[in-house]
Design a protein around this ligand. Structure first.
Ligand code: HEC
Ligand code: HEC
Length: 257
């Protein structure tokens, strides 16, 4: 009996500590800087001065953090700004978003150092026959512009998986056209400089060549694991399990006492 009571008490203590940790969404700007570079810099620029997306500076209002957090969680309909919150089908937890917001309001107001982009050395990839672009150079373009939505090795994330067998006779031309013009009404941006995007025609040819090397079977099948803390929904499941366990132990305990 004493053992059961001890188990019950430590479970209750663990529960309390855990809920307190979940309720706390104070942002950590250092961790947020990392997440910003991985998810946001592609469109807002590493310095927040804008690239495909808006400038992220000079937020006014009573509680800019809350406004930014809401925008990031829900995205902006009718634009390429994705919804990032897990509740909206995005890849980031509430804590991830709180950390990013803490970084955005401090780094772009000059009170926190700007996190640089990491170095990336593209792998050597053999050219495909009859394909114009250079897939090694394309890997670097992919890393800087596409991985955020299409995932590592084209396994998919916010955007579709690109490690696929492409239908049609000219998949290279299809991919180049889609990348050049984007897909209207979706989160797929137009990348060509002729469409106001950041990429030259040569970079687009190179990234198309890289995408074509991602045919299924050429990459390991296991999905990328999402970095970051335990997601809220998983957390709630664990919490529910713990509550059920505590109730069962409690009932057993009082029946016997
Ligand atoms: C695919 C490009 C893209 C990515 C990636 C992206 N954004 Fe955006 N974002 C945009 C665009 C475009 C807009 C402006 C939409 C509009 O026209 O109102 C925007 C708007 C915003 C705004 C509102 C700006 C304002 O002045 O009201 C915030 C805040 C924001 N983004 C934060 C983020 C954060 C944080 C991330 C990373 C988690 C991120 N965005 C990732 C494209 C992007
Ligand atoms: C903001 C997220 C985002 C970014 C960044 C992005 N894409 Fe996309 N992309 C999408 C989405 C979403 C779709 C699917 C649109 C739809 O519903 O048809 C897509 C579709 C595509 C398709 C068509 C896939 C098919 O099966 O028809 C190609 C090819 C593609 N993207 C290549 C790229 C390349 C190359 C880059 C980098 C230069 C890139 N994308 C960057 C979101 C993105």
């Amino acid at each position: 009996m004493r053992i059961l009571r001890a188990i019950g008490i430590s479970l209750a203590a663990a529960l309390l500590g855990w809920t307190a940790a979940v309720a706390q969404t104070e942002g950590d700007p250092e961790r947020g800087g990392q997440l910003y570079v991985e998810n946001c810099a592609v469109c807002h620029g590493v310095d927040g001065k804008g690239r495909i997306g808006a400038r992220l500076e000079a937020f006014s209002g009573i509680d800019p953090s809350a406004v930014i957090a809401q925008t990031v969680t829900q995205g902006i309909d009718g634009t390429v700004m994705p919804a990032w919150g897990a509740a909206n089908g995005g890849p980031l937890s509430d804590q991830d978003i709180a950390d990013i917001v803490a970084y955005v309001v401090s780094a772009f107001n000059g009170t926190e150092p700007i996190q640089p982009l990491p170095e990336y050395l593209p792998p050597e990839i053999a050219r495909l026959p009859d394909v114009e672009g250079d897939p090694s150079a394309g890997a670097a373009v992919y890393q800087a512009n596409c991985i955020v939505c299409h995932g590592e090795q084209g396994r998919g994330r916010i955007g579709k998986a690109l490690a696929t067998s492409w239908p049609g006779e000219h998949p290279e031309l299809f991919i180049r056209q889609v990348v050049t013009d984007g897909i209207g009404g979706t989160k797929m941006p137009a990348w060509a400089q002729s469409n106001g995007g950041p990429l030259s025609n040569e970079e687009i040819a190179n990234v198309a060549a890289y995408v074509l090397t991602l045919a299924p079977g050429s990459v390991s099948p296991e999905p990328t694991t999402q970095a970051g803390p335990i997601s809220l929904s998983t957390g709630l499941l664990v919490l529910a399990g713990l509550v059920v366990l505590a109730v069962v132990i409690g009932i057993a305990y009082y029946r016997r006492a």
